[in-house]
Ligand binder design. Structure first.
Ligand code: PAF
Length: 283
């Protein structure tokens, strides 16, 4: 496995491999890898001749009061996990490499970034779209793999790929959960033992939605309020948002007569956790 720190060398290496007719899969990450990331890497290794994993804690997607400095990092452990999984290249650039002095271009999407995390984390998706666009330009992947936990991010990336005519297949992979249902996240490390039970309120709340849908409830407000009451009933929880949205447009739904996504962002102690579930509505 090669570790490459510059964009130019990564481009040259990918070009060389593509000239040999090899297909390239990419898994963009911010490191501190867990089983969720590894499911993406394993899928990429299975689908492609070459897998490039980027590890870069991207400063432009963090707000001024967010956890950029504290974001967990462990490159040696990541490297061992990626070697074991059969990744071929780790692209591990510095901030200066990705944002050299004078860089002023950003990728900005409208509408779908104006709800959910786009409201509570202003500018976040501009940072995500910009870095993912740059990573795609550097590694020229045929396929790119993203987890569905960051559901809105996934829709943003799919939309960007479509709108900018990028020749990349975006593959979404299911959320990987701990045995107790907590969605895997690098930020779970912030949870104190006494907060762990409260963190489960997110995934458990989907059972309430299921029950309401089975009882043919169609009011999004009723479902939203029930989830809110349930999560607020746990100690240490501070709800950022509970939204019921259209699966692609990310716009709020009023009547649950077509497929929808329940998207949650809840602070549990220091950890801001997100989770979501897609619900298919029988017509
Ligand atoms: O999901 C993440 O880890 C990041 O948002 C991504 C896609 C690697 C961009 O920095």
């Amino acid at each position: 496995m090669k570790i490459i720190e510059t964009a130019a060398e990564t481009k040259a290496e990918v070009k060389r491999l593509k000239m040999q007719g090899k297909t390239v899969g990419m898994v963009p990450t911010m490191g501190f890898l867990h089983e969720g990331h590894m499911s993406l890497v394993k899928q990429s290794v299975e689908d492609n001749d070459v897998t490039v994993v980027s590890i870069f804690v991207n400063p432009t997607q963090f707000g001024p009061n967010e956890d950029l400095e504290a974001y967990p990092r462990d490159f040696e452990k990541d490297k061992a996990m990626l070697t074991e999984a059969g990744a071929d290249i780790i692209f591990y650039p510095s901030v200066d490499e990705m944002y050299p002095e004078g860089a002023i271009t950003m990728v900005k999407l409208a509408s779908i970034t104006e709800t959910l995390c786009g409201v509570s984390r202003p500018g976040h998706f501009d940072g995500v779209a910009t870095i993912v666009c740059k990573l795609f330009n550097i590694a020229s992947p045929d396929r790119a793999y993203f987890g569905s936990k960051d559901y809105q991010q996934l829709q943003v990336i799919k939309r960007m790929v479509k709108d900018l005519n990028m020749d990349i297949e975006v593959i979404d992979m299911p959320i990987v959960r701990e045995e107790d249902g907590l969605a895997m996240s690098s930020r779970n490390i912030y949870l104190k033992p006494e907060e762990r039970e409260s963190a489960l309120s997110l995934s458990r709340s989907f059972e309430i939605v299921e029950r309401l849908i089975d009882a043919e409830e169609i009011s999004a407000d009723v479902v939203q309020l029930s989830v809110e009451e349930f999560i607020a009933g746990y100690p240490h929880t501070e709800i950022d948002y509970i939204e019921i949205v259209h699966p692609e447009r990310m716009t709020e739904m009023e009547k649950l007569t077509e497929d929808f996504v329940v998207a949650l962002a809840v602070k549990v102690g220091r950890a801001r956790l997100i989770d979501n579930k897609f619900f298919s509505v029988k017509k």
